[in-house]
Write a protein that binds this ligand. Structure first.
Ligand code: NAP
Length: 323
């Protein structure tokens, strides 16, 4: 069994990563930028007290302190931490600087500590926001251009991933694998909701207009994203590769709404049932997970399963606004 550092242990993906790594028998270190969150994370993980195989370390993407201590003696790093706010800041550097410099801090510390491999959570944002025609099916060969006029989050993920590959090219170690997830859904473990989850919550809460915007996105379940990280962590041929994490074709907001109304009946009474007219600018941004399926034998859950699991967990944790 290995010792794994998970950065961003308080996050949606980070907390599931800790849980899966512990379940697989590994020892886990988790970074939090604020150790006040330890109890909240333990509650999310269903660990009433301390588990001897899990420890927490303070480290902020914007500061040097803590990273060397956190990574020392680890075999692998899953670098999930990155700012993912619901609203885009006026200054793109608010996201670019922590995403890029934080990635460099993690990779440099991992290199100094002799870590074998870092798996970086990038995003489909770093793949699919270029000038390709709507018929294009995005693969790992595609890159979002840094010059394109994209929102700060998309820029931050693209620049952070580019910077990571450049670092590895120059330093030689550690090995790097990258996972590029589309919208991540699936069961939430606590009440701090990732931006992707707000879509399902917003539909259940009734906070969308009665005519849903003509919006499309790729879907993948958080449990499958973690599974892909763990496969990319140890499979020899995954070193130096990026892997898109998506379950099938993109869904429209209306399709997500239909899944929720079909499955949850009365509990989904506020979910709209109509879509606005198709927007000429709405790109579906189709992408392929062929590479992860072939090289890593990755087999994700269906989109509907991911959406239903999100809603079930929100309802169970009383996080749907019933007022
Ligand atoms: P999340 O729940 O918002 O988690 C983000 C994590 O990053 C939190 O643990 C947060 O810590 C940490 N973080 C943010 N700024 C930090 C800083 N300056 N220093 C240290 N830690 C910091 O979001 P998520 O959905 O789990 O996202 C995890 C990763 O997946 C991110 O890299 C994101 O870009 C990527 N991703 C997400 C999606 C999606 O649809 N959710 C899709 C593609 C890629 P605090 O708790 O202290 O804020």
């Amino acid at each position: 069994m290995s010792r794994i550092l998970v950065t961003g242990g308080s996050g949606f993906l980070g907390s599931h990563s800790i849980s899966a790594a512990l379940a697989a028998g590994h020892e886990v270190r988790a970074t939090l930028r604020n150790l006040d969150k330890i109890q909240q994370v333990q509650t999310m993980l269903g660990l009433p007290g301390s588990d001897g195989r899990l420890s927490f370390h303070a480290a902020d993407l914007e500061r040097d302190e803590g990273w060397d201590e956190a990574v020392f003696g680890c075999d692998y790093v899953l670098h999930t931490a990155s700012p993912f706010p619901a609203n885009q800041p006026d200054d793109p550097n608010d996201l670019i600087v922590p995403a890029r410099d934080g990635t460099l801090r993690v990779l440099s510390a991992a290199s100094r500590a002799g870590v074998s491999r870092v798996v970086l959570t990038s995003s489909f944002a770093a793949v699919g926001y270029g000038p390709q025609p709507p018929s294009h099916v995005f693969t790992e060969e595609d890159w979002t251009p840094i010059q394109a006029a994209n929102p700060p989050y998309i820029l931050s993920k693209t620049i952070a991933e580019r910077t990571a590959w450049e670092f590895i090219q120059n330093s030689g170690t550690p090995e790097l694998s990258v996972v590029n997830p589309t919208g991540i859904f699936g069961p939430v473990l606590g009440d701090q909701l990732s931006t992707s989850i707000q879509i399902v919550k917003g539909l259940l809460d009734g906070s969308f207009p009665p005519e849903l915007p003509d919006m499309w996105f790729g879907v993948v379940d958080v449990r499958d994203v973690v599974d892909l990280h763990l496969r990319a962590m140890t499979e020899p041929s995954a070193a130096g590769e990026r892997f898109i994490a998506v379950s099938g074709e993109p869904v429209s907001l209306l399709e997500v709404a239909d899944i929720l109304r079909d499955r949850f009946g009365k509990l989904a009474s506020r979910v709209p049932s109509r879509s606005a007219d198709p927007s000429p600018n709405a790109s579906r941004r189709r992408s392929s997970s062929e590479k992860a399926r072939k090289i890593l034998a990755w087999s994700p859950r269906s989109r509907a399963e991911a959406i239903v699991a999100t809603a079930e967990s929100l309802i169970q944790l009383n996080l749907v606004n019933s007022a």
